[in-house]
Design a protein around this ligand. Sequence first.
Ligand code: ZN
Length: 291
Amino acid sequence: MPELPDLTVVAEAFHAALAGRRIEAASAPAPLAVRGTPADLIALVGQRVLEIRQRGKFLLIELDVDRVVANPMLSGRFQLAAPAARLPGKTAVVVRFGARPDRPSDAAAWTMGAAWLPGDADPSEIRFRDPTQMGKVYLIPAGLQRPIPGLGPDEIGPDADDPDLDLIAWRDRIRRHTGELKALLRNQAFIAGLGNAYSDEVLHAARLLPMRKRASLAAEEIDDLYRATRDVIAAALPVLRHRVPPLFETQVRDFLAVHLRGGQPCPRCGRRISEIKAGGSVTSFCRGCQV
Ligand SMILES: [Zn+2]
């Protein structure tokens, strides 16, 4: 499942590639993924991209009139491709963008001069594809309140890397939540963007066991968890920026320290990494250096 670091890199790249362009065509080969009417989809044509950004586990495309919000869920992936490139199987939504007037001045620095950027005169497409067909693409016409599950004000907290989420705010927020740390980090109402993979990584970096209860944490452990959250995201982004282009649909996870590495030696202490399967997801952790 795409998590905050994955979607941050996609959003940065797509913003650099597509901001300022106008939509030339929009289609839904698998219309079940779309939350909106066929008329809403057609109405996108001619609209200009203002911004593409990540929020929690969502990708948001802000247009000059409407808004498109994608929730990739378990297996949704975004592809950036030339319209002539073969359309992959299980493609649910295709949006084609025309020529670009100027490079957006707020494009992320790492995208500057990248080989995968479409030429300014060349059209480009975002393809949303989803093998399990659980992901959703919400079309939000201007002035329409179409609820997006998971994006309501009570459902989503600050992004895990939100600059406004400082240590003071973290201590205040975490106090309101109980339960096990792994579930806490995955609770989007606490902080948004972490899922099964990066919550394992954060807990390993913080040297805390996933089944520890929040109420059992000492003050310094709460602070350690904050720093680990920021550090893990900051370390992942450069790796993903390097390895996820040019198609952006590849999920790169092989550089992670513990997640899905059960049985292998812990990179910090050498003990074999443990694995627990529950509710269809795997939790990986080290009994040697997490307490
Ligand atoms: Zn260890």
